[in-house]
Design a protein around this ligand. Structure first.
Ligand SMILES: [Zn+2]
Length: 613
């Protein structure tokens, strides 16, 4: 039954509304509609409710509300979504519930279950924590952490705990509290034995609670004590398995505590380990988070993007090698985020680097982070040298990564592409059009479109009518003309005196012919490579290449051109004659009729007819 229609309706509804609101962080939600900029612990954005030029919309993560200083619009996350999406409150609630994974159609019990799971997590966290801080059993873990130079304040603020080696320690603690063991099993803390009993999944491990962006513990990472009897058998780090609460691939360790600092700094730094994050925070560098043992992916970046416009990836100097950077670049291209790469000297990981050198050199390394594209460019340029060939290879390497990324959506994506291409052409000293054309080509190749006549592809600037014409096949004679001229540029001069580009009906071929004439006029080689410079349209270039091949197969291109030119003249004559016949039929006086007849006669006598109109 739908909870919003229940008998105890209003109470359910209020609870549901609250639940949805709690699960919908205002910065995250608004950030998914707008580009939000950090501003001293809060956020701002261009207000979508008036014609805003500067970011007037103020978003307050603490009070979970927004206000526009310019037009006065204000409210909470529901207000925003109803106003922005132009939908009702009920619809907004449904939309936000869906985003938060709260099942409105499902039973209220199901949603309750999630709450119970979070409560069980909270209990486990407190239990492990008590063991670490106050229990004699936690002594070895305390010593281990002290050896790692993590102080009490850090350990407390990250909620660290200890899971003893016994194997049924948590099970017994849970039984004593009459906890629901199935619940603990669902959240991955205990597992079922063959005999039907339960056992602890984490043994002799320091427990790192893993929290979502809102600070709710949704899983644990466990670090085996180095002197443990299990150390040889198990992995050094062991994470909660995927559960209804815990999606390892999306979570970022420390995001709940780093997000505000990130807002102030304008970016978040991403490292690899829990202790990297903890040591950075301990030393006052608090805008640092870690992935859960996976490489940074797009889900991570989408999360981070909600809080900051820029992400800095921290690599060891040696590990920063190839794959990490390539993957980072792919993400950079696909997401609306600025991505920079910081390298630490001497191949130290952030933890060791921080312990050895302190906060300042680490901060400096972050400050010197290089834009991901520039980083990749420098890497490639070092390898390929300064030659034009080298530049081409570099362009291809970068553009291939770009072409791989999903089609960028919307305006933001286009702006991003433009920025990239501009930067690329500047760095390599190539014309932007060249880079664009090559990019379009690679993307086209990826799509493997094999239409013989170019199809529509230019974005939005063309009217539907032009698009429609473009999608239609070109007339054979128009194709032939291009086939000849593409295969034999020496004939372009002759053609250009007799056929105007305007006479070509197909917009794409008209563009190509115009391009060839232009190159010819400029004294540049009127080749397909030349066309790439003047015709920014990948499908057209592809078509040109294909039809150049066809043209090359003809043994006598000069004769073919003469034939084509004759047919053009005849067509033209037919067209003019048709118009004259129309005029003849429409003529109202005898004089008019005679005039038109004279014109028709002239036409038949004169073989040279210029383009009509
Ligand atoms: Zn406004």
């Amino acid at each position: 039954m739908n909870p919003v229609q229940g008998a105890s309706g209003s109470q359910d509804r209020a609870a549901l509304t609250q639940q949805v609101k709690q699960a919908s962080d205002i910065v995250a939600i608004l950030g998914s509609y707008l580009t939000v900029y950090p501003a001293g612990g809060a956020y701002k954005a261009i207000c979508p409710f008036h014609n805003d030029t500067r970011p007037s919309l103020h978003i307050d993560p603490k009070w979970q509300n927004f206000k526009c200083w310019s037009c006065g619009k204000s409210g909470d996350v529901f207000t925003f979504v109803t106003e922005f999406e132009k939908i009702s409150f009920i619809e907004a609630r449904e939309l936000l519930a869906r985003r938060a994974g709260i099942n409105l159609q499902g039973s209220p019990v199901e949603n309750q279950r999630r709450g119970q799971m979070l409560d069980a997590m909270k209990w486990a966290e407190a239990t492990y924590k008590e063991c670490l801080l106050d229990n004699p059993m936690g002594e070895r873990a305390r010593l281990y952490l002290a050896g790692r130079k993590l102080n009490g304040a850090t350990i407390r603020s990250f909620g660290l705990g200890f899971a003893p080696a016994a194997g049924d320690w948590l099970v017994r603690a849970a039984n004593a509290k009459r906890m629901d063991m199935e619940l603990l099993r669902e959240i991955g803390l205990v597992a079922l034995r063959d005999d039907g009993g339960y056992y602890d999944r984490f043994r002799d491990r320091v427990m790192f609670p893993i929290r979502d962006a809102r600070g709710q513990t949704v899983g644990f990472g466990g670090r085996i004590l180095p002197d443990s009897q299990f150390a040889e058998r198990g992995p050094k780090y062991y994470n909660s398995s995927e559960t209804p609460l815990f999606f390892k691939k999306e979570l970022l360790y420390g995001l709940d505590v780093a997000r505000n600092a990130g807002a102030k700094e304008g970016y978040l730094a991403v490292v690899e380990g829990y202790t990297d994050v903890m040591m950075a925070h301990q030393l006052g560098v608090t805008h640092v988070v870690a992935t859960m043992g996976t490489a940074l992916n797009e889900a991570h970046v989408r999360q981070l993007r909600r809080f900051v416009p820029k992400v800095t990836l921290v690599f060891d100097a040696d590990a920063g090698g190839v794959t990490g950077v390539d993957r980072a670049l792919e993400i950079f291209v696909g997401c609306d985020v600025e991505l920079a790469i910081a390298t630490l000297p001497e191949g130290l990981d952030p933890f060791d680097f921080l312990v050895a050198q302190g906060a300042e050199p680490f901060q400096r390394a972050l400050g010197e982070a290089v834009n991901a594209l520039d980083f990749k460019l420098s890497q490639l340029l070092t390898k390929s040298g300064d030659s034009l060939d080298g530049a081409k290879r570099v362009v291809d390497a970068i553009l291939s990564v770009m072409a791989l990324s999903p089609e960028t959506q919307g305006q933001a994506g286009q702006v991003k592409q433009e920025l990239l291409i501009t930067r690329l052409s500047q760095r390599l000293g190539l014309r932007q059009e060249t880079v664009w054309a090559r990019f379009a080509e690679l993307r086209q190749a990826k799509k493997k479109e094999t239409t013989r006549t170019p199809q529509v592809a230019t974005p939005s600037i063309e009217s539907p009518a032009v698009e429609e014409r473009r999608a239609k096949p070109a007339k054979p004679i128009e194709k032939e003309l291009l086939q000849i001229l593409l295969a034999e540029p020496a004939l372009i001069g002759e053609a250009s005196t007799q056929i105007f580009p305007e006479e070509i009906e197909h917009p794409g071929l008209q563009q190509l012919l115009g391009g060839l004439y232009r190159l010819f006029g400029l004294g540049q080689p009127p080749t397909v490579d030349g066309l790439r410079e003047v015709v920014n349209h990948a499908a057209l270039i592809e078509w040109a290449l294909e039809n150049q091949e066809i043209g090359r197969m003809a043994p006598d291109k000069g004769a073919w051109l003469k034939d084509v030119l004759t047919r053009f003249r005849m067509d033209r004559k037919e067209l003019v004659k048709k118009k004259l016949m129309d005029r003849l039929r429409a003529a109202k006086t005898e004089n008019e009729r005679l005039d038109v007849l004279r014109e028709i006669q002239d036409l038949d006598r004169n073989p040279e007819v210029r383009a009509p109109e």
